[in-house]
Design a protein around this ligand. Structure first.
Ligand SMILES: *Cc1c(COP(=O)(O)O)cnc(C)c1O
Length: 426
């Protein structure tokens, strides 16, 4: 790296540091181009993207079909607000509802907004359908959850950094251990005012924790028994990431890997975001059937940009790519390959303890403490070796490349990762 080249990156980093709030701690790399599974830095160095913007770019960077749809709509009509109808929102709502097999969709923009929307729908349903006394509804959530950054959402987080000095917090949530059916059962039995159970099918930010086989299915059955809504936050796990269209298909017994929206564990409320747009635009959504969604009435909820024409066009194109290019099937096959290759390496490794995940949502656990900076240092070396990833904790690195990857590219990445890990072997 020459002196001038180095200063290009440094200039961009300095600008962010001086004029931007310090709410992130990015890996020191400055990108200015992306295509498919690759991104390039301002010095022209090429990298494999192994984060995919936290699984927003499942369809790959700047997918031509998505970019085309976006440009076409941007030149025609970008925003009407929901004060007026437009000619594309209904088409998108029909497309997405049928795609995920629900009666209705409520379009929003960010993941956190969609989670908030789901919580509001659940509370209304509690009072107007289930018959819980007003202001008494409780929603069960899991320890170590990540559902976004709003005041209400951090109220039921147990991440000290995300919560500190942001109180007072919102009431009405009960936290139980993840992947613990007994805790769920006891809580349901002891609390008649429970209206919903909000859960990530795999806990992504916590470090890619995959629950035990059958957990989701049994949790759903318990919810049904107690007339409680099962709310799946698939913002990160959805849209083919885990080798199925939705991760709530995880317990699915059907042979077809791309099971096109007919999950075995069907949530009452489904929350989507991130890859809804393939990373081109902020698009999120809540899906439910009429008996639940119809508690939302004019004026009770809204968003200026929610379901805007560009978002509608982009989301239809992005969802079409997922089917068209069999991304769920590809994620399934490459995920199996990735974990088997990593396990071969781990068998003789002292620095890497294990690999876990589903499809192309995986993590490796480094043989060090959560407070250590080993995972960070490994990510810096991975960057030097041409692959970008980020730790979720001091000792956990998430690996989530775009799903448009080929087998040859994946094997190349495995080789970069193993070569890098070797430099850290004790
Ligand atoms: C990213 C994420 C969110 C929040 O999405 P934003 O678009 O950042 O608001 C919510 N839930 C899960 C599981 C996520 O991974």
């Amino acid at each position: 790296m020459s002196v001038t080249q180095q200063s290009l990156s440094q200039q961009a980093i300095d600008l962010e540091n001086k004029y931007g709030a310090h709410n992130y701690h990015p890996l020191p790399v400055v990108l200015n181009r992306g295509e498919g599974v690759y991104v390039w830095d301002v010095e022209g160095k090429k990298y494999y993207d192994f984060l995919s913007a936290y699984s927003a770019v499942n369809q790959g960077h700047c997918h031509p079909a998505i970019v085309d749809a976006m440009m076409k709509q941007a030149k025609t009509l970008s925003l009407t607000s929901r004060a007026f109808h437009n000619d594309i929102l209904g088409k998108y709502e029909k497309y997405a509802s049928e795609y995920f097999n629900f009666d209705k969709i409520l379009p929003m923009n960010t993941g956190a907004e969609a989670v908030e929307t789901a919580l509001k729908i659940c509370r209304r349903w509690a009072y107007e359908v289930k018959g819980i006394d007003e202001n008494e509804a409780e929603i069960i959530v899991c320890e170590n959850n990540f559902h976004g950054r709003t005041t209400t959402i951090i109220s039921f987080s147990n991440d000290a950094v995300a919560r500190k000095n942001f109180g007072p917090y919102t009431d009405g949530f009960i936290k139980i251990e993840y992947d613990n059916l007994e805790a769920l059962q006891t809580t349901l039995e002891n609390n008649p005012n429970v209206a919903g159970f909000l859960v990530e099918p795999i806990q992504g930010e916590a470090g890619v924790f995959v629950p035990s086989e059958g957990y989701l299915k049994k949790a759903k059955a318990l919810c049904e028994k107690h007339n409680v809504l099962f709310i799946a936050d698939e913002v990160q796990t959805g849209i083919a990431r885990t080798g199925r269209l939705l991760a709530t298909c995880g317990d699915c017994t059907c042979e077809k890997k791309d099971c096109s929206g007919t999950p075995e564990v069907k949530p009452d409320i489904l929350i989507l975001g991130k890859a809804m747009s393939g990373g081109a635009y902020p698009v999120s959504a809540v899906l439910a059937n009429d008996s639940i969604m119809n508690v939302i009435t004019p004026g009770s909820h809204g968003s200026t940009f929610g379901g805007n024409p560009i978002a509608a066009a982009v989301a239809m194109a992005a969802l079409n790519v997922v089917k068209d290019e069999s991304l769920a099937e590809n994620a399934y096959i490459l995920g199996e390959l990735f974990r088997s290759k990593m396990n071969e390496y781990i068998a003789t490794s002292s620095i890497c303890k294990l690999v876990r995940g589903k499809g192309l949502l995986n993590a490796i656990v480094i043989n060090d403490t959560e407070e250590s900076d080993t995972a960070w240092n490994i990510c810096l070396k991975l960057r030097d070796n041409g692959l970008l990833a980020k730790p979720t904790h001091g000792n956990i690195i998430r690996f989530a490349p775009p799903l448009v990857m080929t087998e040859a590219e994946l094997l190349d990445c495995v080789s970069i990762i193993c070569t890098t890990l070797k430099e850290f072997e004790i």
